[in-house]
Unconditional design. Structure first.
Length: 297
């Protein structure tokens, strides 16, 4: 069920030109509009990917359908987006809303913390889970995170935001380059010491019931993907097949020139890693040759 926007707060940064709005349910939402300059499908991506991330236990904002009325647009001059060289009003109707991590009156939300402040993040380990998720969903953007804390709190909580470029934005394809879908700073991966660091999220992806994925897809309003169910169906079928590829994709990132996992020696011989778990061992032939669409060896 949708909630209705009652107040425009301000513009937000980013290519989708979203706005912060207060809604009738009393919460604040970052709203992406159907006529955003990226693609209407980024709204579908946001809802589907946020639902899936929540199912596997990653911290994501509450996702909502948000209705913007013609009356609000008519009385709010700032409720516009820029398309090319033209400023236009947002469309009336249903849009995607991502609940703001903390009410502006109750705390602080940052989209970046310097490396020397990451020790103040209480759930830094979720970056490993985010990596597994972004590799599965083919996130073509860098991983975006909101760091929030309420008034008088010392530590921040990390929340995964901006899932619009999962499934390669409006393309609904998967280009598995090692440095896509990763956080720009290696420091967030210092907690990774082996496959166990990606749990429970990695196993939850690999064993996720197909019916749950289909159910999440069924929540997406048809107007967010031009009512082309066959294309959404193809996307979901591909996503289901990709569940077995995630470990390979993580390894490719680990062996990239970024060398992100300072506490995980990926060149160990078979069986040398203590506590390794999961259906694929580090001695697999996938270590020695490029990843193919066939997934795991």
């Amino acid at each position: 069920m949708a909630t209705t926007v009652v107040e425009h707060i301000r513009r937000m940064r980013g290519g989708a030109q979203s706005h912060l709005m207060r809604c009738a349910d009393g919460f604040y939402y970052v709203v992406k509009f159907r006529n955003n300059p990226q693609h209407v499908r980024v709204l579908a991506n946001e809802l589907l990917a946020t639902r899936l991330a929540a199912i596997i236990g990653l911290p994501v904002p509450v996702a909502a359908l948000v209705e913007v009325t013609p009356e609000l647009i008519g009385r709010t001059r700032a409720l516009t987006i820029v398309l090319g060289n033209t400023e236009v009003s947002v469309e009336a109707g249903l849009h995607f809303g991502s609940r703001y991590a903390v009410s502006p009156n109750e705390g602080q939300v940052l989209d970046y913390l310097p490396p020397d402040q990451l020790g103040r993040v209480r759930n830094l380990q979720i970056f490993a889970g985010a990596l597994a998720f972004d590799k599965w969903t083919g996130n073509a953007d860098g991983r975006q995170v909101a760091f929030s804390r309420k008034l008088r709190e010392r530590k921040y909580s990390a929340t995964l935001i901006d899932q619009g470029y999962c499934f390669n934005a409006g393309e609904w394809t998967f280009s598995d380059f090692p440095l896509r879908g990763v956080y720009p700073r290696n420091e967030v991966y210092t907690t990774v010491t082996g496959w166990s660091s990606f749990e429970p999220w990695l196993t939850r992806i690999e064993t996720l019931e197909d019916d749950l994925i289909w159910a999440a897809a069924g929540e997406v309003p048809p107007e967010w993907y031009s009512s082309s169910w066959s294309e959404l169906e193809t996307l979901i079928q591909t996503l289901i097949r990709r569940k077995v590829m995630v470990r390979d994709l993580i390894l490719e990132f680990g062996r990239s020139h970024r060398r992100p996992f300072s506490s995980w020696t990926l060149d160990m011989p078979r069986g040398a890693e203590k506590g390794a778990s999961g259906p694929m061992s580090l001695g697999c032939c996938c270590e020695l040759q490029p990843l193919t669409q066939g997934g795991r060896c």
